[in-house]
Design a protein around this ligand. Structure first.
Ligand SMILES: [Zn+2]
Length: 174
């Protein structure tokens, strides 16, 4: 019977929505989960006041840093937070012979020395450097955006001033 088959076909298409609907649902879920994580990481005030920092391993190799020095998810000028997590490397770096030591092949590098004698893992130095690079890139991008905003503000002010001068000139007020 046709009248029985056609509603069942439409119910099948209702049970399996189009791919973009599934994609939208996934995005919403990811956003919700991200918001939850951000709230969890940000509300440590009063919840566990004695904890200074925490490293939470994430499946797939990453770690989530929960520290008062980091106020959000993402690396926005997070040098302070990175310095807290990699305090051992930063302490060693302070002992390097050169202030601008890049801890690769410079003579008197305390970090390379620690890697050579097994105190510090070479992979750990790599992760530290990668995080610093990303943090500085994010900070530079943030600065560029702020500079652009300020330039626009000054342009608008200058434009307004010129308009005011012109008005006074045109009306014989100067
Ligand atoms: Zn060094």
């Amino acid at each position: 019977m046709i009248s029985m088959q056609s509603p069942s076909r439409s119910s099948v298409s209702r049970a399996w929505p189009r791919p973009w609907v599934i994609a939208a649902w996934l995005m919403a879920l990811i956003l919700l989960a991200g918001g939850w994580v951000a709230v969890r990481a940000g509300d440590d005030k009063g919840r566990h006041t004695t904890v200074t920092r925490e490293l939470i391993p994430i499946d797939g190799g990453g770690v989530l840093i929960d520290t008062p020095g980091l106020r959000g998810i993402g690396l926005h000028d997070a040098d302070d937070g990175i310095g807290q997590v990699y305090a051992d490397i930063e302490a060693l770096a302070a002992q390097c012979r050169f202030d601008d030591c890049e801890h690769h092949s410079e003579p008197g590098c305390a970090v390379q020395e620690a890697i050579a004698n097994g105190t510090v893992d070479a992979g750990r130095l790599g992760r530290y450097e990668k995080m610093l690079r990303e943090s500085r890139w994010a900070a530079a991008r943030g600065n560029a955006r702020e500079e652009r905003r300020q330039r626009e503000t000054w342009k608008a002010i200058t434009r307004q001033q010129r308009g005011a001068y012109r008005f006074r000139e045109n009306n014989g007020l100067r």
